[in-house]
Design a protein around this ligand. Structure first.
Ligand SMILES: Cc1ncc(COP(=O)(O)O)c(C=O)c1O
Length: 339
């Protein structure tokens, strides 16, 4: 069914197992019935296991393998103050016994105390990471100071970009695509259209690269929750997928990259919950008992709900939503739910 040389190549790439897998593919029948559109299937990457789960676990499995192979004895990564990636990196480091430094930039205008203390920040601290919170404008100085200090202390640093979105990290989502397509075949899920939240683009570029690598026919739609315009996200996905191709020329692409982005659901910007997002979170919680977050997965779910309500997906029997996690940040946004 898939290109066998590429399949073998993908299965042989070094990774450390950090999460639970395969994550379930579950139908959301009460939500689907409420909306009256295609049957919604949820790929439960919120259940990857690493300190409340999320999409970064799959990326970290490849990144940590790379770091350990390079002899790293310490990890540095980047993100917003409520970064889910930072929290999962802290958890991965705890599991592997590596010191973890989180460079967290104040890039979200959410002026409540809970944002700086609750949610992922609380978990980062519990997981033993060292937090370096700084203003966005000071990011490069903060990074330089931290790296210089660690080098002086004789540490061998493995630095992971924001979101774990390098070519190596993104491979986690090529592997996820394979896992998902196998589940679709086993569970008779048709017309695979895949919808997910897209920000630093590692998830989407991994899926897009995986599609091209395996030579499969499925639609992948990234919902932009970060970039001020859709082209920037498209370019990021293209560059990362191309970066994967450049890094692994032995993996022969079967078709050109197919990149599709929807920009209509960003609202007031990254980290600013929209009304539709808060409604979507409430619907999923009350109809399915599943938690989404106000920054990423909730905005993407709001997009899916709206597209179904508009009738734009009525040609499909099934639609797949990858739940990329994020509910750890809910407590940091308590004021959004007070209204
Ligand atoms: C919960 C959640 N969903 C989706 C995303 C977006 O994934 P990516 O950064 O790979 O585009 C992120 C991270 O940025 C996230 O934390």
């Amino acid at each position: 069914m898939y290109d066998s040389a590429n399949l073998e190549w993908l299965q042989q790439q070094p990774r450390v197992v950090l999460g639970h897998g395969p994550t379930p593919l579950e139908p959301l029948d009460r939500l689907s019935e409420e909306l009256g559109g295609p049957r919604i299937w949820l790929k439960r990457d919120d259940c990857t296991g690493l300190a409340s789960g999320g999409n970064k676990t799959r990326k970290l499995e490849y990144l940590m393998a790379d770091g350990l192979a390079a002899g790293a004895d310490c990890v540095v990564t980047h993100g917003a103050v409520q970064s889910n990636h930072a929290r999962q990196t802290a958890a991965a480091c705890a599991k592997l016994g590596l010191p973890c430094h989180l460079l967290l930039s104040e890039r979200v205008d959410w002026p409540f105390e809970s944002y700086r203390r609750q949610g992922n920040v609380l978990l980062d601290k519990l997981l033993g990471a060292q937090l370096h919170i700084h203003e966005l404008a000071n990011s490069s100085a903060a990074r330089k100071n931290l790296l210089a200090g660690l080098a002086d202390a004789g540490q061998r640093v493995y630095e992971i970009p924001a979101g774990g979105s390098s070519a190596i990290g993104a491979l986690g989502y090529s592997r996820c695509l394979l896992e998902l397509l196998n589940q679709c075949a086993a569970q008779q899920v048709q017309d695979a259209m895949i919808v997910h939240a897209s920000a630093s683009a590692g998830t989407q570029s991994g899926l897009v690269f995986g599609k091209s690598l395996l030579g499969v026919d499925c639609q992948i739609l990234g919902i932009n929750v970060f970039h001020p315009d859709p082209q920037t996200l498209k370019d990021r996905v293209q560059n990362l997928a191309q970066g994967m191709h450049d890094l692994w020329p032995q993996a022969k692409l079967q078709q050109p990259f197919d990149i599709e982005v929807n920009h209509a659901y960003l609202g007031g910007g990254y980290g600013q919950p929209t009304e539709a997002c808060l409604d979507a979170i409430g619907m999923a919680a009350q109809l399915e008992g599943i938690l989404f977050d106000p920054v990423y997965s909730g905005k993407a779910l709001a997009a899916l709900i709206d597209q179904i309500t508009l009738g734009n997906l009525s040609h499909l029997r099934d639609v797949i939503f990858i739940h990329t996690g994020g509910s750890a940040s809910l407590g940091a946004y308590v004021e959004a739910f007070d209204a």
